[in-house]
Each structure stands twice: as structure tokens, then as C-alpha cells.
Design a protein around this ligand. Structure first.
Ligand SMILES: NC(=O)C1=CN([C@@H]2O[C@H](COP(=O)(O)OP(=O)(O)OC[C@H]3O[C@@H](n4cnc5c(N)ncnc54)[C@H](O)[C@@H]3O)[C@@H](O)[C@H]2O)[C@H](O)CC1
Ligand code: K
Length: 544
């Protein structure tokens, strides 16, 4: 499923009315009805007799809330609406559709009071005694930090946060629906109901942490308009990832699943090669060769019994030297893909070898960790040659930077990268002619042709040393099995997240990269069997 920007959603809205004649009041009625449905589910299936407080703002988000209030009251809920809006004479200053629903609600006997008239204590009592709070203060029309009555309303909801379940209408109030950023305060919701298609701010932190489960409701938009809306990014899910995984024919032999070369490790950082090689084998590569500095070779075979090892020339003892480039490239014709970088270190002699390999390896490859730092230090374009058509003809390169490596590659600060992860991932993919996996909370995958994906399937369990080595190994393994660079990157990040979730078994403390690598096979088998993904790995659901 794709996420679309606020502007694109507003364009869908406009065209639905202008080209199809879908009245905005119909959309609002359906939106409010969807909110009431999920509210009912959160109240245990029947709202009758349950205490619900709807906090409604001045715009159409508030309008949705007023409709939901009425629909829940129609089913016997004891509903109160706290209005967070300025007064204009004897009536609240609301958007036209919200005002219409304000009048319908009041005529229907629903208690609607101005939040400001209650005072903080009384408002707090009402909210604290609710069995569900519906946050309809601000939606996609919010601009900047909440102010005035909306600000007071968000603060009032936040004061009971955690004690009372909160259902956010479209987006938790205070969260920017495009960026997920929070200026000031925002509501922490238990669940969120959004309309038509998800918005980026529901999937990007910190907004992603405030939405809870996201139900996408169909409220009457013509499907063609949603299909035509340009994606902000695709949201990765098990169903799409399953289609990327290589088939495992029963008459397979180890040659069927390719031979991956992992060039990783140096004195004091050999573990990176262990993790990448183990993960590669677990992800299904037929054969894995671990290429490492010759003086470390004897210690390696015990750590990864399923991998062959290739001792490579050293510069300094325990670090790859210039001659290793020729040795690695000589292995190219008998290998199907390469992972280069984990734990190699940044010694100038190693860097020289790495760049020569990255610039001349003509089969699919994953460039990770210190190989990325080498590219950053020497100018990535010079070695990846995207302009010379090398990228266009290259069978597939995947770069897997964390925010710090990305900052070095693009000459930005980590803060700048993190402020707009999607844009920077796309910039790198286009500049370097490679598939770019920008790791971090909600990994972003960008392709040189502009396509973008976000992987919600990740947990704090991945934030452990060596986790990136595991990811590189999985991606390289899939490349070796003949999976295309985009599909290999997408499947790798999802499998990595799922394996991390499995290793964490409900708590991310104490999860090690080795523990994640140990669950890679199980994660892939589960995906191949079509097992449903755990809810917290797939927070976006279609409201049937
Ligand atoms: N096409 C759809 O997806 C549909 C969406 N619906 C709902 O409509 C809202 C968007 O409504 P809109 O009126 O554009 O904006 P909001 O209700 O989010 O709020 C605008 C309202 O709030 C004031 N305001 C803006 N920023 C701030 C701020 N920082 N602090 C305080 N007040 C602020 C502004 O002046 C306006 O008065 C969408 O989220 C859905 O819930 C439709 O109902 C169905 C179709
Ligand atoms: K809201």
C-alpha cells in the first residue's frame, strides 16, 4: 500500500467533488462512521452505555469527530463533545461542513460544550472518566505548533494519556501528517483511523510512535483518483516481500542458490564477517565464501562452519592491503554476488583496495559500513560512475548506510539526514545510481528511478552492534540467489526486521546481532509459508 502526501489527498478530495460530484458532507459522514466503527471495536464491540468524549477542533477533522459522536450516540453511547474552537458570537467558528454537523449533533440532543468554558479541572474529570477519547482536534489541515483552543485540547488529552484509550481521527493531533514531526505537543493515540490512503506522517517517527495501529477506511473516494495519486512511498508488507523471495525448487542443489563472496573483517573486527556470513547462509545462499585478511583465516572457519574462507593479502597485519583487490576481483567469475565492507576498517591501504573492488566488480554487490566510508572519503560518484552509464548497465548495487554513513556520503549532518530521511535516500540513489537502504527507525529504501519504500517492520531490537552486518549478509545472499537489487534490498530489510522481532520475543533488551542472524532462516520460512506478520510489524491495516 502507498502513502500519499497531504497535498495529494487534498487533490483527491477536490477532484472527487469537482469531477465525480462526491459531496464533501458524504465523505465526512463516511469518515465519521468509520471512526465510530473503530470506536465501537475499541469499546469491546458495543458502544451502548459506554462513556465517550469527543474532542473536536475547528476544521473538518472536528467535523469527522462530530459525525462519529452522533453515530455512537445513535448506538446508545453516552457521548459528550468538547469543542476546541473560537466562538463567533453565539456559535463556534467551524469549517462549513463541521458547522453543519455541529448543528445536526446539537439538534440530535448531543451535549456539545466549549472546552474553554469548563476549566481545566472539569475538563480533566470528563476526560479521565471516559472509556474512550476521540481525538478530532487537528488533522491534515494543521500548520505549525498547535495554538489556542486546539493547543489546550491536546494538552488536556495528554494529561490523561495512558489512562484512557485514545482514537485519533486521521492523524494524532499535533503530528505533521507529511513529515511525522511534532512541533510542541501531540496526542498519543492507541489507534488511528485514516481515510483513503495512509499519510507519510503516520509512518515516520516520531508520528509513527503516536498513531498506534492505523486503520485505513474507504470513505467514498473514486478508486481511480487514489490510484492516480503519486506515492510518497510504498509501505513494505509481508505479502509484497514474499513475492520477492526466490523459489526453492525441490530438485535444487547448492549451486542453484548461488555463491556469495563476503569481504569483511579485520583484526579486532572479525565478528562482522562472522555475522554477515552466517546471515547470508541462513538467508539461503547455496555457498558463502568469507574473504578476510590472511592472518585471521585460521580463526575463522570455526566461527562460520558453513562458509568457505579465502585468505587475502594484508597491508598492515590483520587489515586488507592493495593486493587484495586483485585477489577479490579474480574470484568474481566463480561468485554470483559480493558483500564488501563490514568490519574492514578505514586504513588507507584497505580503503584503496576496497575502492578498486567497488569500482570494478561487475556482478551484483552490497556496499556496507567501511566500504561506504571509503566511498565517502574518496567521492562515491568517482567510483560508482553513475554518469558513465556504469550504473545503468550494472546488474545491481545496494548501498546500506546508517544515518552517519549517509551524512558522510552526502556531505550533510546526521541531523539533516534524519530530518528528511526519504528525500536524502532518494538523493543518494539518484546520485550514485544504486539502490540505497537508509537504515534507522523506519528504514527507507530508494531506487535510482525514484521509487521509494518504507519498512515499518522493524523494532528496537535491531539497534544492536552488528545488526547492520546481518542485514548486509541477507541482502548479499538474495543477490547471489538471483534476486534483483531492489527486491533483494526490500526483502532483506523486512526479513531483518522480522528476525529482530523474533529474536526479541517481546522485549528488545539483550538482543544480539548473533541472535538476529540465528532467526533469519525462521523469518524467511515463515514469510514463504505465508504466515501473517505480527501486528506491530505491520501497523497499517485496511478497515474491511
Ligand atoms: N480527503 C480527506 O482525507 C477527508 C478528510 N476529512 C477530514 O478533514 C481533515 C482536514 O480538515 P481541514 O479542515 O483541512 O483541517 P483540520 O481539521 O485538520 O484543521 C484545520 C483547522 O485547524 C486550524 N489550525 C490549523 N493549524 C493549527 C494549529 N497549529 N493550531 C491551532 N489550529 C490550527 C485551522 O485554522 C483550521 O480551522 C482531515 O484530517 C480529515 O479528518 C474529511 O472529513 C473527509 C475527507
Ligand atoms: K486528529
Amino acid at each position: 500500500m502507498k502513502a500519499i502526501s497531504v497535498a495529494s489527498m487534498q487533490e483527491v478530495d477536490r477532484r472527487a467533488a469537482a469531477e465525480y460530484g462526491v459531496p464533501s458532507m458524504v465523505l465526512m459522514e463516511n469518515a465519521g462512521a468509520a471512526v465510530a466503527r473503530v470506536a465501537s471495536e475499541m469499546l469491546g464491540g458495543s458502544p451502548a452505555g459506554r462513556r465517550v468524549v469527543v474532542v473536536a477542533g475547528p476544521g473538518n477533522n472536528g467535523g469527522d469527530g462530530l459525525v462519529a459522536a452522533r453515530r455512537l450516540a445513535n448506538r446508545g453511547a453516552r457521548v459528550r463533545v468538547l469543542l476546541a474552537a473560537e466562538q463567533a458570537g453565539d456559535r463556534p467558528r467551524l469549517s462549513p461542513d463541521a458547522l453543519a454537523n455541529y448543528q445536526i449533533a446539537t439538534r440530535s440532543g448531543i451535549e456539545v460544550v466549549a472546552l474553554a468554558s469548563l476549566g481545566e479541572d472539569r475538563a480533566g474529570e470528563l476526560l479521565a472518566s471516559a472509556q474512550l477519547i476521540i481525538d478530532a482536534v487537528l488533522g491534515t489541515g494543521a500548520r505549525g505548533a498547535p495554538r489556542g483552543p486546539a493547543m489546550a485540547a491536546i494538552a488536556a488529552i495528554e494529561r490523561v494519556s495512558g489512562a484512557v484509550p485514545v482514537l485519533a481521527v486521521d492523524i494524532p493531533s499535533g503530528v505533521d501528517a507529511d513529515t511525522g514531526l511534532v512541533a510542541g505537543v501531540a496526542v498519543r493515540a492507541t489507534r488511528t483511523v485514516t481515510f483513503g490512503l495512509p499519510k507519510p506522517g503516520q509512518l515516520l517517527f516520531p508520528g509513527a510512535a503516536l498513531c498506534g495501529r492505523i486503520d485505513v477506511a474507504e470513505i467514498g473516494f473514486p478508486p481511480a483518483l487514489l490510484e492516480q495519486a503519486p506515492p510518497a512511498f510504498e509501505i513494505l508488507d509481508a505479502r509484497s516481500v514474499r513475492s520477492f523471495l526466490p523459489a526453492r525448487p525441490s530438485d535444487a542443489h547448492k549451486g542453484t542458490f548461488g555463491h556469495l563472496l563476503v569481504v569483511a573483517g579485520s583484526r579486532g573486527m572479525a565478528g562482522a564477517g562472522v555475522l554477515a556470513s552466517r546471515a547470508a547462509a541462513a538467508a539461503g545462499a547455496g555457498l558463502v565464501t568469507w574473504g578476510l585478511p590472511r592472518s585471521l583465516q585460521d580463526g575463522a572457519f570455526g566461527a562460520v562452519p558453513e562458509a568457505l574462507t579465502a585468505g587475502l593479502s594484508e597491508g598492515e597485519e590483520g587489515r586488507l592491503g592493495p593486493a587484495s583487490a586483485g585477489e577479490i576481483l579474480a574470484l568474481q567469475q566463480s561468485r554470483d554476488a559480493l558483500v564488501i565492507g563490514p568490519g574492514l576498517g578505514t586504513h588507507p591501504l584497505t580503503r584503496q583496495a576496497v575502492l578498486s573492488v567497488v569500482g570494478n566488480w561487475q556482478k551484483p554487490l552490497v556496499v556496507d559500513a567501511d566500504a561506504l566510508n571509503a566511498l565517502a572519503a574518496e567521492g562515491a560518484e568517482r567510483w560508482l560512475r553513475p554518469d558513465a552509464g556504469a550504473a545503468a548497465n550494472h546488474p545491481g548495487r545496494i548501498l546500506t548506510p546508517h544515518p552517519g554513513e549517509m551524512a558522510r556520503l552526502l556531505g550533510k549532518t546526521v541531523g539533516q539526514i534524519q530530518e528528511d530521511r526519504v528525500t536524502h535516500a532518494l538523493e543518494a540513489a539518484r546520485r550514485f545510481g544504486a539502490v540505497v537502504v537508509l537504515k534507522g527507525a523506519r528504514t527507507v529504501v530508494a531506487a535510482p528511478d525514484g521509487r521509494l519504500w518504507l519498512n515499518p517492520a522493524a523494532s528496537a531490537a535491531l539497534a544492536t552492534g552488528g545488526s547492520g552486518d546481518v542485514l548486509a549478509g541477507i541482502a548479499g545472499s538474495l543477490l547471489a540467489q538471483g534476486v534483483g537489487a531492489v527486491e533483494a534490498a526490500l526483502a532483506a530489510v523486512y526479513v531483518h526486521g522480522l528476525a529482530g522481532w523474533m529474536a526479541a520475543e517481546g522485549g528488545s533488551v539483550g538482543v544480539t546481532a548473533a541472535g538476529i542472524a540465528a532467526r533469519v532462516g525462521e523469518a524467511m520460512r515463515g514469510l514463504m509459508r505465508g504466515e501473517p506478520a505480527p501486528e506491530d510489524l505491520e501497523p497499517v491495516r485496511v478497515l474491511e
